[in-house]
Design a protein around this ligand. Sequence first.
Ligand code: ATP
Ligand code: MG
Length: 414
Amino acid sequence: MNDILPEQTPVWQFLESAVKSVLAGYGYSEIRMPIVEQTDLFKRSIGEVTDIVEKEMYTFDDRNGESLTLRPEGTASCVRAGEEHGLLFNQAQRLWYQGPMFRYEKPQKGRYRQFHQIGVETFGMASADIDAEVIMLSARLWKKLGILDAVTLQLNSLGSNEARAEYKDALVAYLSERKDQLDEDSQRRLQSNPLRILDSKDPQTQMLLNDAPVLSEYLDQESKDHFAELCAMLDQAGIRYELNPRLVRGLDYYCKTVFEWVTDKLGAQGTVCAGGRYDGLVKQLGGRPTPAVGFAMGIERLILMLETLEVVPEAVKQPFDLYLAAEHKGLQKQLIVLADKLRDQLPEMRIRVHCSGLKNINNKARQSGAPWVMLVREENDSLMANLWYNTEPQFDIAEEQIADVLHQQWLQKT
Ligand code: ATP
Ligand code: MG
């Protein structure tokens, strides 16, 4: 679980504000859920036989002896909240959320125990246009962030429950004959959750799967049509994708569309965004049948990408625009007041006032990292400001003109 330090938060804010503006452009509404839920909610939604529920949840008893879990993902909480507040049945909802998720995993690059997701969930829309919309929305975000060329969309259809059941039988028959070649987890899953074997990261199991039956050959007609419509819309929108017949998701509740945005820039942890359709989940959690599509993106992995590809504008990393300092100590009180007047007149400008020792103040100010520096001194009983821009001296400004000149200069240079 990581601290996110002051030098890193500007990049986080840059990413978060890009996501917010894209989501606003599609008319999505934010929902905020608590970070703990009853353990049972995750068991029933994610599935008992999944990595998350089997070995990754932070679960504890509260003082009443009730089992609670730090949320490992947001979809279950979102469905729970939607049901509880009557947002789902017979309605069309487009929701998003952000926040920390918790999974007890082996920490490594791109994989942490507290990590952050921004998630999107839509409810009440059954046809493929909403699948297309959420994918288009994510593509627009990559474009806005300048990373579209570094990610690839992988797409698959999991079909209906019945089609998947038929496929499951075929897969189990094929793998049972080769059981001794499977990794330990997969051997166990052969009984309990064979589809998850497709997701195994064990190289030998992966090899075996190369010749295994593929799900796409077992799809029902409705799922095939739905998938064809989605592909046609993505083609029209100019969004490239790869069909990946082995793509399944690590959670049980998906059906029909599944997708992942993957990158080769981050090593092993290559999935930056993953999602799909989960028409059965609302009913499974006790609601009335409600179609749903969503995805979640991993913020840490996206941040790593932004940094690796060096796409964050330099200006974003500067925490303030103007460094304001006095040349001698007696002026400190006036300086604080002057700074606040400047904030009235230039509300956009981010001003940091120097408040400690004045030794070497000229150098300190210029090394502050701010593009603008203003050093204030006293001359003939009034203030005089010396303005610098990127370590180049600009003007000496008399007190009554400080705000105006600064404003003009600021407009010119930004
Ligand atoms: P993986 O196969 O990498 O374990 P997952 O299938 O468990 O991923 P999801 O539950 O689909 O992941 O979560 C969506 C996204 O959240 C992932 O694609 C990834 O970007 C991010 N994510 C998941 N687990 C972690 C983690 N432990 N640390 C950082 N990011 C994570
Ligand atoms: Mg995982």
